[in-house]
Design a protein around this ligand. Structure first.
Ligand code: IMP
Length: 432
């Protein structure tokens, strides 16, 4: 039962796509289990850059099944345009499967997301305004429209009408928007249904068949642990569960189908949108990290907030996801910074020390990170391919992370290219 979950350990944008792309070589199937097109994965292959928002990163490997699981919320306009863009570049999308149970982002979800943020004013969450929260809210309220509904005009129309009804008040500012017209919307979504029909499948069953025949399934997380609706920095979170446990619900497998859980962690920390960030840097080091690391959102283009690596948060993510391995990304971005700092604990306003991630919002919002310093390195490490090619300071930095988390580091990213990776302790996946 070789099931491998890959999740982010921070606030997203850790470079999960690259890790999935590398591990996908040995997998038969890649499945996304939560989130929607709020995610953005960039993969650089032979000097070609691919950006995905919905399609699993494994799509660049011909012959693999790439599934969008039931836990994902799907904007069909985005999905069909990603399919078109890949086809234009000669990528075979025959392996793309879309769960019939996945929920659809509708035009009114996007409008409600925008309106909700505007209403919050200064207290805004800083969402990606892609309709994610309102879509998951409708799913919970049992007013959602699912992929399978696209295949039946009568049902689709009825369900859209029912979903629109309780929102009339909230949608009043958009009343004249033609996108909200019931007939137009139904026709538009039926067209998407027609286009997506060849991809619609029972993706849970595909996972079972793959796992039961001893082949590897990668469960690809989007966003990350600290953006988790239940375990993240609520309310500054996304509306799904990016933690590893959610892979079971969002793809339709059982906990004992999971053999390994890989956490992806950037060598420093970034966050997009509002919310607490104890190791945030507002000085020139933060600017250095942002510029060297090209820390601008793949989805919204927003500047990412940058800070030092936070071991308190990493230990929390390690336990919450019960990680079995770590992949550290963007280590090359730290070259030239000396000394390096790592957050090892937080201090509250009244002087209290927190060695563990505080559950209380008021503490987290005011806690300041306390650091240990480590020597940096000057060398360009982007050409390193083995542990021994890394400077001793870089190896010490990695050892400190691994020791604090209590988890082995298996991969280290040293540049954007897929070959720019140091494989530590062997990264062989079990079965292919
Ligand atoms: P939403 O997911 O669009 O509702 O946004 C909620 C919060 O999650 C905001 O702070 C977003 O910036 C953040 N967020 C959502 N998706 C991502 C992602 O893929 N990377 C980083 N932050 C994200």
């Amino acid at each position: 039962m070789p099931g491998v979950v890959i999740i982010g350990t921070q606030w997203g944008d850790e470079g999960k796509g690259k890790v999935v792309d590398l591990l996908a070589e040995r997998a038969a199937m890649v499945v996304r289990f939560q989130g929607g097109n709020n995610a953005g994965h960039t993969i650089v292959r032979d000097d070609e850059t691919f950006k995905f928002h919905l399609i699993p990163s494994g799509i660049l490997h011909p012959g693999k099944i790439c599934a969008i699981g039931n836990g994902v919320v799907v904007d069909p306009a985005v999905l069909t345009s990603e399919i078109d863009a890949l086809r234009r570049r000669g990528v075979d999308v025959g392996g793309l499967k879309l769960s019939a149970n996945a929920h659809l982002i509708m035009p009114y979800h996007v409008m409600l997301d925008t309106a909700g943020e505007a209403k919050l004013g200064k207290l805004e969450i800083g969402t990606t305004k892609r309709g994610i929260g309102p879509c998951y809210a409708d799913k919970s309220a049992r007013l959602g429209i699912r992929v399978q509904d696209l295949l039946d005009a009568k049902i689709l129309r009825k369900k859209i009408a029912a979903a629109l009804e309780p929102k009339q008040q909230l949608l009043r500012p958009f009343a004249r928007d033609p996108k909200l017209d019931l007939h137009t919307m139904t026709e538009e979504y039926l067209r998407y249904g027609h286009r997506l029909e060849p991809h619609i499948a029972d993706t849970a069953k595909l996972c079972w068949e793959t796992l039961d025949s001893g082949r590897t399934v990668l469960f690809e997380g989007a966003q990350a642990t600290l953006l988790d609706l239940d375990h993240g920095t609520y309310p500054f979170v996304t509306s799904s569960n990016p933690v590893a446990g959610a892979a079971c619900v969002g793809a339709g497998v059982g906990p004992t189908d999971i053999d390994e859980v890989w956490g992806v962690c950037k060598a420093y920390t970034t966050r997009v949108g509002a919310g607490p960030f104890p190791s945030e840097l507002t000085d020139e080091v933060g600017v250095h990290l942002r510029d060297r690391g090209h820390e601008f959102g793949t989805t919204t283009g927003r500047e990412r907030r940058c800070g030092w690596l936070d071991l308190v948060a990493l230990r929390y993510a390690t336990r919450l996801n019960r990680l079995s391995a770590l992949a550290i990304t963007k280590l090359d971005v730290l070259s030239g910074l000396d000394p390096l700092r790592i957050a090892v604990r937080y201090r509250g306003t009244e002087g209290a020390v927190f060695e563990e991630f505080p559950y209380h919002q008021s503490i987290l919002h005011t806690a300041a990170a306390e650091y240990e310093e480590m020597p940096g390195w000057e060398e360009d490490i982007s050409g390193a391919r083995s542990e021994s090619e890394l400077p001793p300071q870089a190896r010490d930095y990695l050892a400190a992370i691994s020791e604090s988390a209590g988890v082995p580091i298996k991969l280290v990213g040293v540049g954007p290219g897929r070959e720019q990776v140091v494989r530590m302790n062997g990264v062989e996946l079990k079965a292919a």
